[in-house]
Ligand binder design. Structure first.
Ligand SMILES: [Zn+2]
Ligand SMILES: [Zn+2]
Ligand SMILES: [Zn+2]
Ligand SMILES: [Zn+2]
Length: 287
């Protein structure tokens, strides 16, 4: 069956994606009665009107002129990318880690390209790309678990949410959820763009932090316009940093400021943990 659910698991949602993904995404909680906060499931970014007005949608003059495949240096999208995707094995070829991922950009082909986005360079999908589930873990909460082997470099899913600018976020900030599902992913032209998955998003919103994460988020831009003053919003792709085996939690780094700003310790318990709890004996409430 290819997933890690055992007969004893207490499945609290048969499909939290409500049929929006190619396979149902289970939520399991074997510890207590807790449920994930309700949210609206979606598989695509939702741009605020403000973000739409500030950003540029690439046209044919921005894309590559390739006819069918985009594999050579002649492809403008390929040659302007700072990271290479192995289109045969479907893995990032360039080694990127969670601390350098912000320095890279992948230029992804789109409908505006000569290949009409049908080439194999396409990294992102509008659906989850791997078999995963959500499980409750004591101390951590609901977290994303792999149900299949995922090789290092393979894309797993897009990070989805409402895309807003800083000013909108400050206005809408939900007191209950705070900024736990929100991150600033792009700054351009005096604007700070945030992806806010508190009320709308996909499974990526459940990804937990680790100071030694096994995944990172890569920016996938549409072909960059010649006019650099135009703002283009990248898609955010969660990519395996190491090989992930079934049962592994899929983790990213939230950055140390997440914990410092909240004055809370990190509970990742890895050797390299930047902000560990003072005493490693926090009682775990098993029920
Ligand atoms: Zn091309
Ligand atoms: Zn292209
Ligand atoms: Zn292409
Ligand atoms: Zn840590």
């Amino acid at each position: 069956m290819g997933n890690s659910t055992s007969k004893k698991d207490n499945v609290i949602h048969a499909d939290i994606a409500d049929g929006n993904e190619p396979i149902p995404i289970k939520v399991i909680n074997n510890y207590n009665e807790k449920q994930p906060f309700p949210f609206q499931y979606g598989t695509e970014y939702r741009l605020s009107e403000k973000v739409k007005s500030l950003t540029y949608q690439p046209t044919e003059s921005d894309g590559c002129n390739c006819v069918a495949e985009c594999t050579s240096e002649l492809c403008r999208c390929e040659s302007s990318s700072t990271a290479t995707f192995d289109t045969i094995n479907r893995r990032m070829q360039t080694f990127i880690d969670s601390y350098t991922c912000g320095d890279h950009q992948y230029i992804e082909c789109g409908q505006h390209c000569g290949c009409m986005a049908k080439c194999k360079r396409r990294l992102t999908r509008d659906t989850i790309m791997k078999n995963i589930e959500v499980r409750y873990k004591p101390d951590v909460g609901f977290t994303v678990i792999a149900c299949q082997h995922i090789a290092a470099g393979m894309p797993i899913m897009n990070y989805i949410g409402n895309v807003v600018i800083q000013e909108e976020l400050e206005k809408n900030l939900n007191a209950i959820w705070g900024t736990d599902y929100t991150f600033n992913f792009h700054n351009e032209g005096n604007h700070k763009f945030h992806c806010d998955a508190a009320e709308y998003g996909n499974i990526s919103r459940f990804m937990s932090h680790s100071c030694d994460p096994n995944a990172y988020i890569l920016k996938a831009f549409p072909s960059t316009p010649f006019d650099k003053s135009k703002i283009v919003i990248p898609k955010l792709v969660v990519i395996a940093l190491r090989s992930i085996i079934p049962g592994n939690e899929i983790t990213i780094t939230y950055g140390a400021s997440y914990f410092r700003d909240r004055d809370i310790p990190c509970l990742c318990y890895t050797f390299v943990c930047a902000i560990p709890p003072g005493i490693f004996n926090i009682a775990t409430p098993h029920c």
